[in-house]
Design a protein around this ligand. Structure first.
Ligand code: SAM
Ligand code: SF4
Length: 343
């Protein structure tokens, strides 16, 4: 559907849990206050919301968290979402720690793409950022997933087309923290050796992210141009997101820059977010949205409940804020951390 600014909203991020097996220092360094399971939506409730979202024009669902792979039953949930009429792609973002052993089941369930978050290739820095020694585990998962990624089969929507299964689009997401030349080269070697895009994300002042500088991607782009003189804009569509892509001659994957702060893309924003507690958020910066859990659990007969859900979601999406206000921190009304919002 179109919001009041005429933006087509076709992308929903669902946070399936606030919990995580890492403690990234810009996200949830101290863990979380544990919630009772009854406060978290069941997969059935999330599925009802996905069905309603599809009626409103949502075509792509991204599973996030917390760490989505720490919640039991995720594979069946992927399968159910894939069966929702109107949903064209189901993808996931993960820290990669539990990914490798789940890959066959995820592919079997029909997952279309996976983003693996990895900020540094340096084991000490990885430990410093995430609080664990998991770098080798993540690299092994990237290797396993990367073997299934096929950029040469990219369709017009950025997803793998005409490939005999299994095929999975794989991207690496690095929050721009460790932008030393060694780390940039090591991360981009992944794109050289495998058809995997490597994307850099400007730090956003949400939750603990407020304690870190948002290093400008203008400077990063200049650095990359100096390191890779053949770097050129890559105009192909790589998915549903706001990344701007560049190709390096001879590399199988591309470099992506997601620059929410220094390259504001709100006028083309296509997304809304569902927290694990069932709140529909329409912009990262504000707590405006709709309490869908209250509607799901109001005890209404099924048809009335679905009608109320549809209306509430339609209204909230329609009034989606014009733009984020990261440049005016006093106007930020969102207090939740990124683990609750899902990135
Ligand atoms: N645990 C999963 C993961 O790490 O991919 C999914 C949830 S995590 C919140 C989703 C993404 O948000 C990760 O790539 C993470 O690096 C990113 N992220 C977390 N806090 C951020 C912040 N303040 N600014 C920008 N990105 C952030
Ligand atoms: Fe966990 Fe992802 Fe947050 Fe890191 S960024 S603590 S992996 S939810």
């Amino acid at each position: 559907m179109l919001d009041r600014n005429g933006r087509e909203i076709d992308y929903l991020r669902i946070s399936v849990t606030d919990r995580c097996n890492l403690r990234c220092k810009y996200c949830m360094p101290d863990g979380i206050q544990s919630l009772s399971m009854s406060e978290i939506l069941t997969y059935e409730e999330m599925c009802t919301i996905a069905e309603t979202a599809a009626e409103l024009g949502i075509r792509h669902i991204k599973l996030t968290g917390g760490e989505p792979l720490v919640r039991r039953g995720l594979i069946s949930f992927v399968k159910k979402l894939k069966a929702v009429s109107g949903i064209e792609a189901v993808t996931m973002t993960t820290n990669g720690i539990l990914l490798e052993k789940e890959l066959p089941a995820l592919i079997d369930a029909g997952l279309d793409a996976v983003n693996i978050s990895l900020d540094t290739m340096n084991p000490e820095k990885y430990r410093e950022i995430t609080g664990t020694d998991g770098l080798d585990t993540v690299l092994s998962a990237i290797k396993a997933a990367g073997c299934l990624s096929k950029t040469e089969l990219l369709g017009p929507d950025g997803f793998v087309q005409n490939a005999a299964r299994p095929a999975l689009r794989v991207k690496i997401n690095a929050v721009s923290l460790d932008l030393g030349e060694d780390n940039l080269r090591a991360l981009l070697d992944i794109a050289r050796n495998m058809p995997v895009d490597v994307r850099f994300i400007e730090m956003m002042p949400i939750g603990f992210g407020k304690n870190f500088p948002a290093i400008s991607h203008r400077a990063l782009l200049e650095k990359l141009k100096a390191m890779y003189p053949g770097l050129q804009k890559d105009e192909r569509r790589h998915g549903y997101g706001p990344a701007v892509y560049y190709a390096i001659p001879g590399y199988q994957g591309s470099v992506g820059l997601i620059s929410a702060i220094h390259g504001k893309f709100c006028d083309t924003c296509n997304r809304v977010r569902l927290t694990s507690q069932g709140y529909l958020k329409t912009c990262l910066c504000y707590n405006d949205g709709a309490d869908l859990r209250a509607i799901l659990r109001a005890g209404l007969p099924e048809t009335e409940m679905r009608a109320a859900l549809l209306e509430s979601m339609r209204e909230a999406i329609f009034r989606k804020p014009d733009a984020h206000c990261f440049d005016k921190p006093a106007q930020i009304t969102e207090n939740a951390g990124m683990n609750a919002i899902g990135g």
